[in-house]
Design a protein around this ligand. Sequence first.
Ligand code: HEM
Length: 485
Amino acid sequence: KALRSKRRKQVSLPGPWSFPIIGNLLQLGDHPYLTFMEMKKKYGDVFLIKLGMVPVVVVNGMEMVKQVLLKNGEHFAGRPNMHTFSYMADGKSFSFSVNYGESWKLHKKIASNALQTFSKAEAKSSTCSCLLEEHIIEEVSEMIKVFAELTSKNGSFDPRNAITCAVANVICFLCFGKRYDHSNEEFLRIVKTNDDLLKASSAANPADFIPCFRYLPLRIINAPREFYQVVNQFIALQVQDHLTTYDKDCMRDITDALITTCQNKYASTKTATLTDDEIISTVSDIFGAGVETVSTCLYWSFLYLIHYPEIQAKIQEEIDENIGMKSPRLEDRKILLYTEAFINEIFRHSSFVPFTIPHCTTADTTLNGFFIPRKTCIFINLYQVNHDETIWDNPTVFRPERFLNENGKLNKSLTEKVLIFGMGIRKCLGEDVARNEIFIFLTTVLQQFKLKKCPGAELDLTPTYGLSMKPKPYQLQAAPRFPDS
Ligand code: HEM
């Protein structure tokens, strides 16, 4: 009886009429975050849809998103039991696992500490402020060489592989203490996610909602599994290698830091710690999340820069006036405020992570006056918040200046309204690393090159939908700004 009354209350959440078996799957279209923005007009900030047979609560609007992620965060901090998630890191991933609780919290803390410790660790070179800065600088200078080579060889080129390799090497160095050459095909295969994978791991993959789909030999369903197997194997080999060469007096990287936590487990009074398998999945989580997102952001940034050459010129002016030919450093983030505004506007305008990873209720709860039972899947529409007309003037217009006050200072209360890393318990643990990487990559490239679109080319800023959204492949020209230097 209790269940029936719960059902009755749940039905009372507003939402579109749905078909049997497939629910609202066919209504989602190519850009579900836009479809949900339309539905919001009719049903309000919080509404219910059905994906296949599974009820999903869609959350829009800053207030409701804060309610879910911050104020009542504990009740919404789970992950749904989705097919796509189940083989990520062999089901032991702390980013995707359904096991939310004390041991999960400790796991996330361990991962977060290991990442912080190694990104802030002392650099080998005295000219760098920290290890992260040192590796970013090393990788961006390699990437610049590749840009120059490709330009002189082909005139124009698609920067995607060069970006991915450079970004992957930064994380690879933090995680495993090594880097790979851009021409290493094997490495490229591991770090370059394919578009099927992004589609499949996004909110609203049919295989997650119509159980029989997962048994069909469709590419969208099987490609991600094959890809994850290859990546997991690569990570497992690196971890094995670290386990055999581990020396507790010499911490080389994040993997060593995690092994130390694991070896200390018997000395620890805490109830939970990491098993060897969990070390693999933890590094895998950091590696996976750290490469794909940052490289996608840079791929978007270069596209916007060639699409809006006047904005590119403003960033270059800011660089030239404030740091000249000195190599850009993390401390320059405090000075190059137009560049910081540009990065925030890229996050907001492209919203290339349109939803958080799906959440799930950990207990019976309420939202906006509606009852939501435990284990209900929740989609959080970050894209909508980033384009909400009640927050942003002309949200469809790309305008970095919106983040600057009259005195040219960054408007912090506005930058905080850009939602791309999530908030609260499930918040991204790589935000600082990501912002630092993006800043140095962009400023160093723009200090050296004028980026241009190919003459006559039509640029398209429409994304391809996925967990993180990519632009369609494009070509650019990188003309050295100071050819004789
Ligand atoms: C989770 C965005 C870079 C590690 C997330 C989430 C988002 C996000 C939206 C999900 C939050 C939620 O489910 O509520 C981004 C963006 C990035 C970025 C836009 C770059 C621009 C990174 C980097 C790392 C990282 C560089 C690591 C080095 C993680 C991890 C999680 C996560 C481990 C899972 C957290 C959890 O499940 O509790 N990120 N991220 N991310 N991110 Fe990031």
